[in-house]
Design a protein around this ligand. Sequence first.
Ligand code: CA
Length: 254
Amino acid sequence: MVSSSSSTLLDKVCNSNPGPSVFRSSGTQLWVEYSSTQPSNSFEASFKKLLDPSFCPKNVISNGTSGSVSSPFYPSNYPSDMECSWNITGQAGSRLVLLFHWICLGICTTGRDELYTSKGFVAEYQSVFLDGACSQMIQLTNMSGWFSSPNFPSNYPGNVQCGWNISIPSGYKIYLTFLDFEVEECGSSCTCDYVEVSYSNNFSRKKCGNIPSGGWEVKNVLADNIVVTFKSDSQSNKKGFQAVYTLVSLDACK
Ligand SMILES: [Ca+2]
């Protein structure tokens, strides 16, 4: 009796009356092989599918720098009637980026018309660290990081201008998310304080006011770089913003 056709033998039973024996698989398969030289020999067994929370992989991750989490038995199908949760704690002073590479809950297809059902998900997490303070233009060349307005989460000072220029290597795209956003609002054109995102010399968007966490995301940008600018005037300073970014290979997440 083995937990799969290629796994280690769990036990071999050959007594005439071994009594009740319980065998537990380490995965989703249990292989039972019966061999007899006597036609009168027989055996009887029953099986039960168990839902064990320990099947949820790596559900507590402390001090994590990077790694992945996935649904039980990924890339095989996840079992029914399971409830898993993951508690991921990053390193002190960092922010966590969680990127889902694959989610299939139900029936899914790919661009090549392949059909999948209930494969679950796999996600990658990464602790990212503060990337630069405030200067006219900071070059950011890390694959991921976070940055904020000066003094965040305390109020930013007046009359400052900060710029962050994030390089995007060939074959990568960027995900940029504003986790907090509280910037003095003056009209729809943001004439007092603002944050501006621009790239490719032809796209720019300026925002001010209050935006909920994750309410401003810049995704799937295909450009050599992306520039984030923050500017405040002399009056009425607010909490400001913090943003996190990560660069993802074009092959890794479709
Ligand atoms: Ca202001």
